[in-house]
Write a new protein. Sequence first.
Length: 432
Amino acid sequence: MAKEPDGPPSTRLARLRKLAGLGTRIGSDVLGRGVKRLTGADAGGLSRGTAEKLVETLGDLKGAAMKLGQVASMDPDLFPPEVRGILARLQNEAPPMPYERVAAVLEDELGGSPEELFAEFQREPMAAASLGQVHRARVRDGREVVVKIQYPGIEQALRSDIDNLGLVVKTMALAHRALDGRQYFHELAEELAHELDYTREGRLAREFADASAGLPDVVVPEIVEERTSTRVLTMGYLPGQTLRGFLASGPDDSERLRVSGLLIRAIHGSFLVDGTVHADPHPGNFVVMPDGRLGVLDFGSVKRFSREFFEGHRDVFHLVLQGRPIDVLALVRRVGFTVDLPDEAARPLLEELIQLAGRALRTDDYDYAHDTMAPDSRQLFARHAAEFLKIRPPAEGVMFFRAFGGLQQNLRLLGARGDFRPFYRSLLPLLG
């Protein structure tokens, strides 16, 4: 099996083989438990053992395969809580690479050992994720930092995943024009490939910080330029708890509501300023800091949208908060949607979708612990699948939906109840 020393399997065949074996186990598990449900003996989903195997396999594979597992772990409707808790380990607990490989990457990229490059460097990683792992360190001037180091061989592994997924997408496109998702896959694949360049990620972090400058309660770590390269990223350390750690500490509803507001401001704020959005929204990328602010991490997937897309959504933000009507059909066409349905058929579908998405903005007492926007939207799509296939967003919409869909999932995770509208209104001054 082709792989770098202590790295993930990297060839298309090797990765397909591991996924095929995993798929067989999951299929058998689902079938067996489905039979039990029919007899009334069991109402569960995946077994704990299969969930553990899923985490082990995707953690070993890393790359795009692991990213898909991270996305699955965020959806509260896909798996029961016990299984989601196991899958959540994919967000920052992948099997780490040995310290010797860490040192070798630092030598290759920055020309020195950890001891030469840093005043202190912790040998054990504080987190290990899909493309690299993170170590605590301290630079010579005393600043506490974290150092993200890319896994050897991960570039080929990621590109193998993209090629494998691309074949599936191409096959679907050839089967039926309505299933042609190649432009969306190209957009997503391009963004994933960009995440391999940590120098670019450092630049995107600075751009996100600039776009968030009007949000004093949102913190972006400083990039340490002299200790950053294509495969190494060094940035200031932000103390605090990830969203899951925050929830484990037992916060009351008022505190969960406050942190929910910080998330809304962090994701919407930069977008409303200049169309920049943080599009990798899993809970491990947000830190509730001891001083109450929200730290934002991981900028490999920061997206700046086209002027037409950004300005269209910004204008709608104004209209929604003012309680004014929206011509939803004109809106989707303005931001680049292609609508191949008659207006009288498309309009009611889009209006129903907008109504679902805006529930939290029409009441002063919304309960995210019992939120059903996502499953209700999926049911709407399922009932009108043929029609929705004829309403096609622009390619850049993939990252928009990833960012704001992830925000909704994190708000469900926090499960706060109250009036969310003031958090959105607080962003109006950013629009000038």
